[in-house]
Every structure is written in structure tokens, then in C-alpha cells.
Design a protein around this ligand. Structure first.
Ligand code: HEC
Length: 192
């Protein structure tokens, strides 16, 4: 009984503390102030173990097919580079202000099954979107196939693969028709 009484008191203290912090504006919700070390570790631990567990039953298909890699490169060029960079890119204004900072996927090849899960479902409380709402599994595997090759890809190879990918293609369904006389954005390949 005593234990339950103490627990209830702590829960009430916790709830009061929550409202005090919220109403006084004491918590740094801005993306330009890093988490405390312990908060960052707790979130990282939860994310790593949860994605590992949820991806445990995912069996990647063969990812070496050059056509699949090319298709993935095109999707990647359209939707991912502002956050995750690409061969030949050194930074972007969007990525600079994000917290957590998206990993630079030109530097390492992420685990295929876990990447598939993360690309499909996104990650809450980060800027990583759930692409499964707009892309089928085949397209997501194509991006995973590309991610396996990207760290060893030269700028010239990347540009050749994405020469036909335009930045706007991925968003074409959401696009309102451009007013007469306005130019479309240039193809991704001419931007960097
Ligand atoms: C608006 C920014 C943004 C966009 C656009 C974005 N991502 Fe992410 N992505 C993130 C962030 C932020 C993380 C890391 C979250 C974290 O630290 O927990 C992430 C994580 C990932 C990871 C996990 C990497 C690892 O460490 O294992 C993969 C894979 C990934 N993204 C792929 C993609 C792909 C493919 C696309 C395009 C279809 C994409 N992302 C578009 C922000 C973005």
C-alpha cells in the first residue's frame, strides 16, 4: 500500500512539473539547441533497438542489379539529397538547420533491411518522412540498392545515373500548374 501511495505522489509531482515546464517555457524546444546528453542517448537507444527489432524479419532481395540501382538513384536525386547529400554535394541549407542532423549517406552504406524499414515508415520526431505512403516496396528497395553503392560512387557516375531525374518529378502530383511564362526548376544534375 505504501509503495502505491508513494508511486501516486510521484506521478502527481511529475504531472505538475510537466505543466510548470510547459507554462514557463523552460524547455528548449528549438531545433538550434541540442538535447541533453542523456536525452540524446535515450532517444538513440530506443531508435536503434526498435528499428533493429522491426526490421528483423525483412529479407532484402538481390540489390546488385544496375537497373535497380539506377532507378533508386533517380528517386534519391529527386527526394533525398537536400537532407542526406549526394556525390559532389558538400552541404545544403535545409540540412544545416535540421536537428537531429540527417546522416551523410555518401559516407557509409546503411544496413539494407533497416534502411528499408526506415525509408518506408520514417522516424518520428526527426525530419525523416515515411516514404511508404507514396512509394511502393519496389521503389523503396531500389533506393536501398542505390544506398549500398553510393559511398563508392564517383561524382561522374552519380551524375550519369541521375541525368534524367528532375527535382520536381517526385512531387508532380502535388504540383499546381505553373503560371504561364514561369520556368520549371532546372534538372537536379545542373544544380550541383
Ligand atoms: C527533410 C530531411 C530528410 C529527407 C528529405 C530524407 N531524410 Fe532520411 N533521415 C532524415 C533524418 C533527420 C534521419 C536521422 C534521424 C535520426 O537521427 O534518428 C534520417 C535517416 C535516414 C536513414 C537511416 C540512416 C542510418 O543511420 O541508418 C535512411 C536510410 C534514410 N534516412 C534514407 C532516406 C531516403 C532514401 C530519403 C529519400 C527518399 C530520405 N531519407 C529523405 C531526414 C531526411
Amino acid at each position: 500500500m505504501r509503495f502505491i501511495g508513494a508511486l501516486v505522489v510521484w506521478i502527481i509531482i511529475g504531472i505538475i512539473a510537466y505543466f510548470v515546464v510547459a507554462y514557463t517555457g523552460a524547455y528548449a524546444v528549438g531545433a538550434d539547441v541540442p538535447h541533453w546528453g542523456i536525452t540524446r542517448q535515450a532517444i538513440g537507444f530506443l531508435r536503434d533497438h526498435t528499428t533493429e527489432k522491426r526490421a528483423a524479419d525483412i529479407r532484402p532481395p538481390p540489390l546488385d542489379d544496375p537497373a535497380l540501382v539506377k532507378e533508386g538513384a533517380e528517386h534519391y536525386a529527386q527526394m533525398c539529397t537536400e537532407c542526406h547529400l549526394a556525390p559532389g554535394m558538400t552541404g545544403s541549407e535545409l540540412r544545416e538547420g535540421l536537428y537531429p542532423r540527417p546522416p551523410n549517406l555518401t559516407r557509409f552504406a546503411p544496413d539494407p533491411a533497416e534502411s528499408f524499414w526506415i525509408i518506408k515508415h520514417g522516424l518520428k520526431m526527426t525530419a525523416m518522412p515515411a516514404w511508404g505512403k507514396t512509394h511502393d516496396d519496389h521503389k523503396i528497395w531500389a533506393m536501398v540498392a542505390f544506398l549500398q553503392k553510393q559511398p563508392k560512387m564517383s561524382v561522374a557516375e552519380y551524375r550519369a545515373l541521375t541525368a534524367n531525374a528532375t527535382r520536381m518529378e517526385g512531387m508532380e502530383k502535388e504540383q499546381a500548374p505553373a503560371p504561364a511564362g514561369t520556368a520549371m526548376l532546372p534538372p537536379a544534375s545542373s544544380i550541383y
